[in-house]
Design a protein around this ligand. Structure first.
Ligand code: ADE
Length: 225
C-alpha cells in the first residue's frame, strides 16, 4: 500500500510515522507513506497556498492550484483508488471504513487548513471526504494520521500475533474485554481467578462474556441487529 499525504504543514506529520508500529510497517516495506508539502506546488512568488475568500468572511481558503498540481504530478506516477479530503463534515470514520480502506492499493489524503479548501477541490478533485468526529481540529493533519494509523495496522504482517488486529475492539462487533498483567494481586486488587486457571476454553468463554457485557454497557448500539 502507498499513502500520499498532501499538507501545507508537513512537520505536523513527522512524528506519527516515525515511531513504533507505523515506522516498522514502512521499514518492512509493507506500506510507503509520503508526505508532500503543498508549498512546493505553489506558483506565486511567496509560495502561498491560501488566499482571501471571495465574497468576504473571516479566514483564509486553501487555493485549488497547488493542490491540483500536486495531484496531477502524483497521478502521472501511479493510479490512485481514493483521493480523500479530511474534513469535519465528511463521512464519519469508523472501524468498518478502516477495514474497507485497508484493501486499497494507493490512496491520497488531503489535509485542509484555515477555513478549508476552495469548494472546486471538493467538487472535482476528490473521491471521498472523511471526518474523524464531530469536532473541529486546527487542520486535517492529525485526522489524516489517525486514519492512516487505523488502516496501516490492519495490513497483513504489520502486527504480530500478540497484537493481532483481529482481537481489537469493534473488529467482531464488540468492544474488547478487560486485560491484566502481573502482579496477580496488587494492593488486594486481584486478577479474575479464571485467567490464572490455564483452561483455554473457559478463559475464551469468560472473555466473550466480558466483551458482551462491556459492549452492552458502553456501546449498546453495536448490538442492535
Ligand atoms: N479537519 C478539521 N477537523 C477535522 C475532523 N474532525 N475530521 C477530519 N478532518 C478535520
Amino acid at each position: 500500500m502507498r499513502v500520499d499525504i498532501l499538507t501545507c504543514l508537513p512537520r505536523l506529520l513527522e512524528s506519527p510515522f516515525n515511531d513504533s508500529i507505523l515506522k516498522r510497517a514502512q521499514t518492512k516495506g509493507l506500506v510507503e507513506v509520503v508526505v508532500h508539502d503543498l508549498r512546493e506546488y505553489a506558483t506565486n512568488k511567496h509560495r502561498t497556498t491560501d488566499d482571501y475568500a471571495f465574497g468576504g468572511g473571516a479566514g483564509m481558503v486553501m487555493m485549488i492550484e497547488p493542490i491540483d498540481r500536486c495531484l496531477e504530478t502524483l497521478k502521472t506516477q501511479r493510479a490512485y483508488d481514493e483521493v480523500i479530503y479530511m474534513s469535519p463534515d465528511g463521512e464519519l470514520f469508523n472501524q468498518s471504513v478502516a477495514n474497507e480502506l485497508s484493501l486499497r492499493k494507493n490512496m491520497i489524503l488531503l489535509c485542509g487548513h484555515y477555513k478549508g479548501v476552495d469548494e472546486r477541490v471538493r467538487e472535482h478533485l476528490i473521491t471521498r471526504e472523511i471526518s474523524i468526529g464531530n469536532y473541529v481540529l486546527s487542520g486535517g493533519e492529525l485526522a489524516a494520521a489517525v486514519v492512516a494509523d487505523a488502516i496501516i495496522r490492519l495490513l497483513p504482517g504489520v502486527l504480530n500475533d500478540e497484537t493481532s488486529a483481529l482481537t481489537d475492539s469493534f473488529q467482531d462487533g464488540l468492544v474488547a474485554p478487560p486485560v491484566y498483567t502481573r502482579p496477580a494481586d496488587y494492593r488486594g486488587w486481584k486478577v479474575p481467578e479464571i485467567l490464572l486457571s490455564g483452561h483455554e476454553a473457559k478463559i475464551n468463554e469468560w472473555k466473550h462474556e466480558k466483551a458482551l457485557e462491556r459492549t452492552q454497557k458502553r456501546r449498546p448500539g453495536l448490538l442492535d441487529g
